[in-house]
Ligand binder design. Structure first.
Ligand code: P6P
Length: 342
């Protein structure tokens, strides 16, 4: 068996050999990875750990919070509070940003996360995950006096310094990019370390597998309906090949499958809430996943624009998401352009 590379070693090499990440970012990623390990332990306990069920509260999105949503959020806040590398955090589970206790020099980074995405799957033991995104504080003067504001978080996804997710499934895996490709680490439960098990991950440009919640078909816009109808028509249809369908209803699980074997994931705008661009959140779901997918050679758009180019206006704003195998994403995007008369 080849020599095992730990997350620390991978990050040190990224810092020293490739000059890709400064020390503070390496520290931040290691703290997030340790927090994810603690979340993995809580998730894996299930009913044995008094962590199942609802918490009796709602988050800023008006969604019922599970106990594990809150536990995961608290683990991430606590782990990063005193790392010295962070200025502030934002979470799907918190209305406003959380600035870390004031002391100098202030941390240079902003951390955004969905602490436990897909939590509707907890009770049925289906993979869920933590999604995180790292931005640099716009004004990185260590002696900055004015406090960090929500506006500091409103940066296009192309500005991310790092992004990743941790999937709590048959294996717990940390999937990460610092802008130098995508690496995957598997949690060795015996030693408690994250071990490099894949790097330079690539998403095939073509696929025969699409992921969308088909129960919403009657609400979709024309371009999405056209694309899915063609997939369903199979060999006899215009695509000339049969397609398979998957929908885990856990973005981390669907994206992990796409990073592992290709595919296209769609959560598009639909007529149920016409004034909202989609269900998923831009800053801490779509942006980190789009960064990973692009770093693996895939594509990610909202049907019209590259997701990483979108200028956020609100911390919890939503976005339509079409991501995965490049040729399929470009096809769906082209159908949107045609429908617009582009
Ligand atoms: P639906 C989970 O709640 C989530 O935010 C994503 O992880 C997932 O892809 C999507 O929503 C599932 O939504 O409407 O199919 O339940």
């Amino acid at each position: 068996m080849s020599k095992r590379v730990s997350l620390t070693q991978y990050l040190v090499e990224q810092q020293r050999l490739h000059g890709h990440i400064p020390g503070q970012l390496r520290l931040l990623i290691e703290v997030v990875a340790r927090a994810c390990k603690r979340i993995a332990i809580a998730v894996n306990k299930g009913a044995l750990g008094e962590v199942m069920g609802v918490a009796g509260t709602e988050n800023v999105q008006g969604e019922v919070q599970k106990k594990l949503d809150i536990i995961s959020n608290e683990v991430l806040i606590e782990a990063n509070e005193w790392g010295g590398h962070l200025a502030a955090m934002a979470s799907e589970e918190m209305d406003t940003i959380h600035t870390v206790p004031n002391r100098y020099p202030a941390g240079e980074y902003l951390l955004l996360f969905d602490p436990l995405d897909g939590s509707s799957n907890i009770e049925v033991n289906v993979s869920i995950g933590t999604i995180f995104s790292v931005l640099k504080k716009p004004n990185d003067d260590p002696n900055q006096i004015e406090p960090v504001s929500e506006a500091d978080f409103l940066q296009p996804g192309s500005q991310q310094a790092a992004a990743g997710y941790c999937i709590y499934g048959p294996q717990s895996m940390l999937v990460l990019t610092v802008g130098d490709g995508v690496a995957m680490f598997t949690l060795d439960r015996e030693t408690g370390s994250w071990v490099l098990t894949a790097e330079n991950v690539k998403v095939p440009a073509d696929t025969k597998e699409f992921a969308i919640n088909m129960s919403n078909m009657r609400h979709w816009d024309t371009p999405v309906k056209r694309y899915v109808d063609e997939c369903l028509a199979g060999q006899e249809g215009p695509r000339g090949k049969d397609f398979n369908m998957r929908w885990v209803a856990s973005m981390v699980a669907d994206v992990h499958r796409i990073l592992t074997r290709g595919g296209i994931f769609m959560y598009p705008w639909d007529k149920r809430e016409p004034d909202k661009p989609g269900k998923l959140r831009l800053l801490y779901e779509a942006n980190p996943m789009s960064f990973l997918i692009e770093q693996a050679g895939g594509a990610a758009t909202n049907g019209h624009q590259r997701i990483l180019d979108l200028q956020p206006e609100k911390l919890h704003q939503r976005v339509s998401v079409i991501l995965g195998s490049k040729n399929e994403v470009e096809r769906v995007t082209a159908y949107h352009q045609e429908a617009k008369g582009g």
